[in-house]
Write a protein that binds this ligand. Structure first.
Ligand code: SF4
Ligand code: SF4
Length: 378
């Protein structure tokens, strides 16, 4: 099973509680970004392009836990930056676990093995390891050779040490569906609890602007990827979300479902787009013009976005809040998804490559300014 029963129960009762209270908008996953600096500089990343004084900042433990209390979401995802570079990340995780949150600590895993001792295995903590493809594709995506091997070794160590380990895979128009299917097999062989797969968001600040997927491409890629899905693949996401990615179930974005808190405050309107910050969660919910966001709004910044953080909360809400969503989820869980026709002309060509030259400069700058630990790579 991709998610512990206790976690499913917590999410189900939370969502039903929100429904009974008549809440139209509620948070499901807090995206807690305790820092922006990283020990990688991936070509598709839109999070690390801040000046050095911002990259040096660490959110305090008190701020992080206050944000979790304010928001009340049952799940907390900790992306970044690289959270393992935060000097007090274990205290943040401890505080969240004490509050019975289910925590996903997202990491590129370069420091995971070395830092495992800072954490205690519990059903409330999962390391969500960034793996964007098999060896060659992953190293290409993160613009650094050797990272895939370090991440795979760290996954094995973390599983051996008794931790829950999931993976997150972001796909661009360089993805080869057949090779990605091989990656799924590899991750299952390793004993990963569940995989989360999402198209990348076209960050304006990302160094590589050429390889983001358009909506129709995303749908055809995911059809090719998930047709003839193997029973042994376990996904750490609602069954409706992959159907949405395949253009087989309509979901509108609910950006309030995954509110983002970082060193600037509560980010408007979502984790992906930065249109300013609010001091409190209540202010974010009350002052954001939600009708201006999501695909149906016609907002250019949302046009091709099918990213997990915006649409997974919608999928969960549909599962527990609508008869169609509930029945479809039940059917998919029991019988799996059906194959869908694929327009091969829109499936990415695996020969496309992500460029690395400019990005390496950014990595060097980061290493010089942001207290980055250098892992041993080949
Ligand atoms: S690992 Fe890559 S995508 Fe993640 S924060 Fe670092 S640079 Fe960005
Ligand atoms: S569609 Fe994407 S970019 Fe637009 S609000 Fe939703 S998550 Fe943010």
């Amino acid at each position: 099973m991709a998610v512990p029963v206790s976690q499913m129960w917590k999410v189900a009762t939370y969502v039903l509680g929100q429904k009974l209270r008549g809440r139209k908008r509620y948070p499901l996953v807090l995206m807690l970004e305790p820092l922006f600096r990283c020990n990688l500089a991936c070509a598709g990343c839109g999070k690390i392009q801040f000046p050095a004084d911002v990259l040096r900042q660490n959110m305090s433990v008190e701020d992080a836990l206050r944000a979790a209390d304010e928001c009340g979401a049952p799940i907390v995802s900790i992306p970044g930056g690289e959270p393992l570079l935060h000097p007090e990340i274990e205290k943040i995780v401890e505080g969240l676990v004490e509050r019975k949150k289910y925590v996903y600590l997202c990491t590129n895993a370069l420091l995971l093995e070395k830092h495992l001792h800072r954490f205690t295995p519990t059903k409330h903590l999962s390391f969500s390891v960034h793996v964007d493809g098999p060896r060659e594709e992953h190293d290409e995506a993160v613009c650094r050779e050797g990272v895939y091997d370090v991440a795979i070794a760290a996954i094995e160590k973390a599983i051996d040490a008794g931790f829950r380990v999931t993976t997150n895979t972001t796909l661009f128009n360089t993805a080869d569906p057949d090779r990605t299917r091989e990656l799924f097999d590899t991750l299952m062989d390793l004993g990963v609890e569940g995989m989360m797969v999402s198209p990348g968001y076209a960050y304006e600040k990302a160094p590589d602007q050429e390889h983001f997927l358009q909506r129709r491409q995303t749908e055809q890629l995911f059809r090719r990827l998930l047709n003839d899905s193997k029973k042994r693949w376990r996904f750490n996401q609602s069954p409706l979300f992959p159907e949405f990615l395949r253009g087989n179930y309509d979901l509108e974005c609910t950006p309030w479902g995954s509110p983002a808190y970082n060193v600037f405050g509560w980010q408007k309107p979502c984790y992906l787009v930065d249109e300013g910050h609010c001091e409190t969660f209540a202010e974010l919910m009350e002052t954001t013009d939600w009708s201006a966001w999501g695909h149906a709004s016609g907002n250019e910044k949302c046009r091709d976005c099918m990213v997990h953080c915006g649409h997974e909360p919608t999928a969960v809400d549909a599962t527990f809040g609508t008869l169609r969503g509930f029945l479809t989820t039940t059917w998919l869980t029991l019988f799996g998804s059906r194959n869908l026709p694929v327009d091969e002309s829109l499936v990415p060509r695996p020969t496309a490559k992500i460029g690395t030259t400019d990005v390496q400069v950014t990595l060097d700058e980061l290493a010089a300014t942001a207290d980055v630990e250098e892992p041993a790579l080949r």
